[in-house]
Each structure stands twice: as C-alpha cells, then as structure tokens.
Design a protein around this ligand. Structure first.
Ligand SMILES: NC(=O)c1ccc[n+]([C@@H]2O[C@H](COP(=O)([O-])OP(=O)(O)OC[C@H]3O[C@@H](n4cnc5c(N)ncnc54)[C@H](OP(=O)(O)O)[C@@H]3O)[C@@H](O)[C@H]2O)c1
Length: 272
C-alpha cells in the first residue's frame, strides 16, 4: 500500500516540497507519495487526521495551528509554538516536530558557521524567526537582536522564546560588528519587494536569507555586491525536509544530494 504524505498550507501551488520528497522516495525505491493540499485554517486538524495519510509537513500560515493539534509535540514544538512536520502513531496519536529549527542548523553547518558565541541580527519576528531564535540560542549564540517592522510582534517573540541573550532593537547598534545577519521576513518572495535591510560593508561577516529562488535572491545579490559572504534558504529547505524524513522513517539516511538537485531543478522550472 502506498504511504501518503502531504504538505498543508495556503497557498501551496508555489511549493517545491513535493519535488524534494518524491526524489527521496524514488532514491529509496519506496512506495510512497507526497502531494500538496491547500487547506484553510479550520481544516488543518481534520486534514492531519485524514485516514489516508501517514504524515506530512505544514507551511504558512498553519504552523501554529498544527502545533495545537498534536498530542505528542517535540521539545522544539513546545519551545517555538510551531509545527512543520507531523506523523500518525500506531495508537492514532499525532506526533510532531519543528524541523525548521534543525534545518537552519543544517544550513549553517554547511556554511561552516558555528553559532557559539556569535552576535546575530535577526530580521523578522514571524514563525520562521521563532525557529531561528531557538536554533541560534540552542547553538550557543551570545546575542540575538531582533529587528521587525511591527515591534509588538518582536516583543511577543521575546516573551515566548525568552532568554537574556535575546533583545528587540529598533535599529542595529551603529558601531557593532555582527557575525551573522539573517533575513526571516517574507521580503524577497516577490520580485517587486524592497530589500529587507540595507547592509553596509565591513559590519556583517555572513548574510543568510531564508527566502530562496532560482539563482540569487535580491538580498543575497545585494550582500555579495558588498563583498559579504551570503547564502539563500535552499539548504535550510533541504535540511528541514531531510529531518522530516528522519521523523517518518527513523534509521534511514535521507538522500540529501538527490533532494537538493530536485529542488534546484524545480526552482529552475518554476522560473521559466
Ligand atoms: N528556507 C526555508 O526552509 C524556510 C523555512 C521557513 C520559512 N521560510 C521563509 O521565511 C519567510 C518568513 O516565513 P514566516 O513563516 O516567518 O512568515 P510570517 O510568520 O508570515 O512572518 C513574516 C515576517 O515578515 C515580515 N514582513 C512581511 N512583510 C513585510 C514588509 N513589507 N516589510 C517588512 N517586514 C515584512 C513580517 O513583519 P510584521 O510582523 O511586521 O508583519 C514578519 O516578521 C518566508 O519567506 C518563508 O518562505 C523559509
């Protein structure tokens, strides 16, 4: 019997997650499929409990809703209040994790970036930013400064995730140098978006954009034009997908390179 997994979100048409997961199932020669379902908020739990499904992923704007539906949330779900990966247990309970947290860790490791002792400027305070704060603080960052358009949302993030190393700022410290600046806003998804933040030479050692696209994102292009090392969100996407597979199929090694190649191909196809 075919094992069925889905991505739940609204919208989901743009998603390349099916391409990554299908590439993994193909490499494993596994009778499994992965589809994308567009669902409204009130239908999230019902979809997660659908009898045909073994599990799946959750994307914008349902990650908080999915967390609330779990009977067995992981520590990362409890810490961030967000779930992007769930699966059904033999007794019918729903287990879930936030693999965006480990996905960012995977991406930073690929860049050779160790968060221990790092000073970080984080742009944004939505669901992705919550996961990023958790990953950075767990990784030992000495300071994470959150800069968000809506200050109240940044304060809510601080109250939810907490920790002395986390501060809300209206503007970065003018004299400070940062080891990492991370874009966790949704700016860059649309070609007409302004840059999430104008960088200046010499103050930022590394820029990471959670947004990804075929070729460079505008913010990655901006950073590189100033000589700042920069990377988009593709590695994080691959990392969170690989960690989701580990939740669903414990003990199997996800075929990360095949998944990455499928992601690049899907982005190129989408851009044409
Ligand atoms: N690479 C990956 O694997 C991965 C994983 C997760 C998410 N992401 C990406 O991360 C981004 C954020 O996702 P999310 O789940 O955190 O979304 P979200 O919860 O909707 O948060 C959106 C964030 O963007 C800010 N923002 C939106 N429009 C803005 C504007 N015009 N000017 C300034 N700030 C603006 C929001 O600020 P306000 O609070 O002021 O509205 C908020 O901080 C998305 O692009 C998503 O695709 C990537």
């Amino acid at each position: 019997m075919t094992l069925r997994y889905v991505l739940l979100g609204d919208p989901v048409d743009h998603s390349i997650s099916p391409a990554l997961h299908r590439a993994a199932f193909e490499a494993w020669e596994l009778d499994a499929d992965y589809a994308a379902w567009s669902v409204v908020s009130d239908e999230v739990e019902k979809a997660m409990r659908h009898p045909d499904l073994a599990g799946g992923n959750v994307t914008l704007p349902h990650k908080l809703r999915a967390a609330a539906a779990l009977t067995r949330p992981s520590g990362a779900v409890r810490a961030t209040g967000a779930c992007n990966c769930w699966w059904r247990l033999a007794d019918g309970d729903l287990a879930g994790d936030n693999t965006d947290v480990g996905g960012l860790g995977f991406a930073l490791e690929r860049l050779g970036f160790d968060p221990r002792g790092a000073r970080v400027l984080l742009l944004g305070a939505g669901g992705a930013a919550r996961g990023a704060v958790h990953a950075l603080l767990e990784g030992g960052a000495s300071s994470v400064e959150v800069l968000n358009r809506t200050a109240a949302r940044a304060q809510a993030l601080r109250a939810a995730v907490g920790g002395e190393a986390l501060r809300v700022v209206e503007t970065p410290d003018p004299g400070a140098a940062y080891d990492l600046v991370l874009n966790a806003t949704s700016l860059g998804l649309s070609a007409s978006d302004p840059l999430p933040f104008a960088l200046d030479r010499g103050r930022f050692a590394l820029a990471c954009d959670l947004v990804y696209s075929a070729g460079e994102t505008p913010w990655v292009h901006h950073a590189r034009s100033l000589g700042i090392r920069a990377r988009d969100g593709l590695d994080m996407l691959v990392g969170q997908a690989a960690l989701s597979l580990k939740c669903w199929f414990p003990g199997r090694a996800p075929p990360v390179e095949a998944m990455r190649a499928a992601a690049v191909e899907a982005l190129d196809t989408r851009a044409r």
